[in-house]
Each structure stands twice: as C-alpha cells, then as structure tokens.
Write a protein that binds this ligand. Structure first.
Ligand SMILES: [Zn+2]
Length: 491
C-alpha cells in the first residue's frame, strides 16, 4: 500500500495551506478494478472489466469548497491548483462559510476488508463455468427468463489531509444475484430473486460464491417459490399485520430510516435531486420514530460489509452510532461539515462530532453523507415461526419488486415478490402481487415484534443513488424479521 506518490501529495497539501487554504485533502486511488458479468438464459450477454487510477482533491478556502480530480498523476500542480481556484471562486458567493467539526487526526489507519480469494485472481473461464452451473439449477418449464448478475470491485485508496492525517483502504466487494421470471394466468410476469447476502463476521471474496449455502443452494428455492407464486391467488385488499423478511425489511429500513436520517437531507441539501426528509433538527432526542421495540444503529464497524471501510472521506474513523433507541430518534448520518451547521442552526449541541459517514463514490466526486450499515437490532420475539404463532391475521412478505417513496420519506408503497397469508398463528397459503403501504411514523410505531439474531441477514445494497452529479454507493443492512400491525395491503 505504500506509494511513491505519497510524499508528492503531502507536499501539495502543504503548498495549498501556505497559499491560504483552511483545509485540504486528497484521495488517491492506487488502483480501482471492477468486473461485471450478466447472463440471460445462461448466455453471457455482458462482460465488462475496467481498471482506473487517479486522485480527487478537496480544498476549503474562505469557507467554500473547491474540488478537482484527474485520472493521471502527471501534473499534480495543476489538479491541486484547480481545486484551490474553484474554492476561491466559490467563496465569492458563499452565504454560509463551511466550518469543520474537530476530530482526532487519522494516524496511519489501515483498513483491509476480509477476503480469502481475490475475485480478480480467479480466471474469467472459471467464473463463467460457475454461473452456467447456477443457471442449470434455474431451468424449469415454467421459468420463462433466467437472469444472473455479478459484480466485483477491488480498490486501494490512500487518504491524506492538511491536518496530518493518513489512512489507507484495501477493499474487495462482491455482489451477485439471480432472478427467475414466469407468466401467471393473467399474462403478468412474476419473479423470485436471490441476492448474495453476507455473514457480517465472515469474508467477502470469491470464496462466497463457492459456498453452496451462500449462493447456488438458493437457486432451487427461488424456482420452487416462483412455481407457487404463479399458481397463487392475488393478494387481498385488507388491513393486516405485515411480517417482513430480510429480503424486503432491508429496503424498508433503507428508504425511510437510512435516507431520512442523512443530515445533509435534513438540512435541505438534497431537495433538488433525491428529496428532503420529514425529520427536523428539533426532533433529535424527542421524536418517537417507532415503537419501543425499534432500535437502529449506523454500524460501520461490522467486520464484513460494504458499509464498513475503516474511515470516511473526511478522515473520520468508522463508528457504531445509535440512530434510534427504544423508538426515540437519537442521531443521524453526519459529516464534519454538517454537524457544525446543524448545531449552529438548532442553537443547541445535538451532535458532539462527526459520525464518520461522509463518502464519495470514487475519486471523481467529492464526499457527501452516505449510509454506512443501517441495521435494525435483533429483538426478543424469537424466530419467524414464533412471530407467526403470535399473529392473528397477517401476511409475510419477501423480495422487493418496486417501491415508491414520498419526497420527504414521509410515506411509502412497496410491492413484493411473494406473500404468505397468516391466520390464527399459522401460514394458510401463498399470494401473488403482495403490496403494502403506509406513512413512515405510524408504520414504525406499529412495530410489534422483532425477530432474534437467528432471523437476521446482512443484505447488500449495490446501487444506492444520491447527489448531483449522481453518485452510487454500496452498503449493507443487517436486519431481522419484523412485524408491523394494522397495515394496508393489496393496493
Ligand atoms: Zn438509497
């Protein structure tokens, strides 16, 4: 991880400080490799491999940010100077000078994601052969389309700032999924999907794909569940308890807890693109977000998840932050810049320091508040079977098919892939096109059961979009099975 460029980058930061910068940092990607494969009906339809290299420079001058990036290291003077000039220009129209919250200097922190077999060391032929084997397990007469996707990344990133920080990351991520599609009696498509989940204390290299329990053994399950969905009656219009499995619980958490608690949104910075948040600065420490069974953490210290990365792009170490405790809102996803602004606007000390959630997609973008691992903490209501036993009239749902979210995350509608009706403590049948909708706060306040640790899965999100220009972020949600009462379904 040592690079001949590090002394040169340090010199540039020192030069900008001497020229009047309040602060400057640089992210240098030694290498940034990615590979993606896509199979349709077992045929390899797309195969992309790329390798990039470059740096992103962020400079704070007179209270305003400037940013520049380059995909070569030939003229460091010019890229640092460009960022400095941009900040100088921005400062002329800066209404509210940026102030960075204090933090400890990052002292030579090195983070390596746990990985046994680097996916980039595995020959392409072996990968293709493996996914053809998976495809064979998806073939059945009623399966009209079979999709398999795979993406891997390997990044080396160095972070240096003008306050003397240095950190390095070596991160491998793998995302893979399979989907089967059939046509029901009404001529509408139905589908079942499995996306690779992680063991939060395991590893995330190619060995994940070789572990039958993690991937290929899910193929016959989704194929047989698709057959049941194709023969099932439609989801009734009703008001029932909704029991969400991790395959939809992760998205429920992502959309109306994670996104709603990004502090830049709460301050109004995302209104032009991804929307705002119904949460206000007055709500911290006061708002009853959910029932007292609701406990949420932004845990970037989980050993094995794409939402764990050692330190963020402010050079703040990853942390485990309590967002919601016993249903009451406590904190948000924060950066050095937004905690200072929020405390000042609120006229009280809400945030002690940055929670370490400021991240950029790659070296071509400046960092913004992003989710780490937004997890629902396991509860004491046992297994899925235990929760079903105590449910009078309900429906279990799994698999995200579509979602529609209010622009301030105040309401939502989700369509799922499969539903199991529950009557008097027992599963009575399967339905197709299950949907549910609600308002965010009444929904979470109706949370009446939270499964134990055995029901938790770490679901990966490979494509969380935010920012202008747009940035894609990877993260995880470790979530249990949860039940919510009096929810409208079937609309
Ligand atoms: Zn998202």
């Amino acid at each position: 991880m040592n690079s001949i460029y590090l002394p040169l980058l340090r010199d540039q930061l020192t030069r900008l400080k001497a020229a009047g910068a309040e602060y400057a940092d640089v992210r240098f990607h030694d290498y940034d490799d990615s590979e993606s494969l896509f199979f349709l009906q077992g045929e390899l339809r797309n195969c992309e491999q790329s390798s990039t290299f470059g740096l992103g420079v962020r400079v704070l001058v007179d209270g305003a940010w400037g940013f520049a990036s380059a995909s070569n290291m030939n003229d460091l003077d010019s890229v640092f100077q460009k960022a400095f000039r941009s900040a100088k220009e921005a400062a002329k129209c800066c209404e509210r000078p940026v102030e960075l919250a204090d933090r400890d200097v990052l002292e030579n922190v090195r983070f390596k994601s746990p990985c046994q077999i680097d996916p980039f060391d595995v020959p392409l032929e072996e990968k293709i052969e493996f996914f053809k084997e998976v495809d064979a397990a998806l073939q059945k007469g009623y399966v009209k389309q079979r999709y398999i996707s795979y993406e891997a990344e390997h990044k080396h990133v160095h972070f240096l700032d003008s306050e003397g920080s240095y950190g390095a990351r070596d991160i491998v991520d793998i995302f893979a999924g399979m989907r089967v599609v059939g046509i029901d009696e009404d001529g509408l498509s139905q589908e079942r999907t499995y996306n690779l989940t992680l063991d939060p204390f395991g590893t995330r290299g190619w060995e994940l794909m070789r572990d039958p329990k993690r991937f290929i053994e899910h193929a016959p399950r989704i194929v047989s569940e698709l057959e049941l969905v194709l023969q099932a009656p439609p989801c009734p219009k009703d008001v029932r308890s909704v029991i969400l499995k991790p395959g939809i619980m992760f998205l429920q958490t992502h959309e109306v807890v994670g996104h709603a608690l990004e502090l830049d949104r709460i301050l109004g910075y995302e209104l032009s693109f991804a929307g705002g948040s119904f949460v206000t600065l007055d709500d911290f420490g006061n708002l009853r977000y959910g029932s007292d069974k609701m406990n949420v953490a932004a845990d970037a210290t989980l050993p094995n998840s794409p939402g764990s990365f050692g330190f963020d792009d402010d050079g703040v170490p990853c942390q485990n932050i309590v967002l919601i405790k016993d249903g009451i809102l406590q904190s948000a996803l924060t950066s050095r810049q937004t905690v200072t602004e929020a405390n000042s606007k609120a006229g009280r000390f809400i945030f002690e320091r940055s929670g370490g959630a400021n991240s950029a997609m790659d070296f071509t973008r400046p960092p913004i508040e992003r989710m780490t691992n937004i997890n629902i903490l396991p509860g004491t209501d046992g297994t899925l079977e235990d929760i079903v036993r105590t449910t009078e009239k309900g429906i279990i749902m799994d698999g995200d098919r579509s979602w529609s979210i209010g622009s301030n995350r105040e309401q939502f509608h989700f369509a799922c892939e499969i539903g199991w009706l529950v009557e008097n403590g027992a599963i009575t049948g399967i339905v197709r096109n299950p949907t549910y909708s609600s308002k965010t706060l009444p929904f979470w306040r109706s949370m009446s059961a939270v499964g134990d640790r055995s029901t938790c899965e770490l679901v990966q999100v490979a494509n969380c979009g935010k920012g202008l220009p747009s940035q894609i972020m990877r993260l995880g949600h470790c979530v249990p099975v949860c039940r919510f009462d009096n929810v409208q379904i079937g609309l």
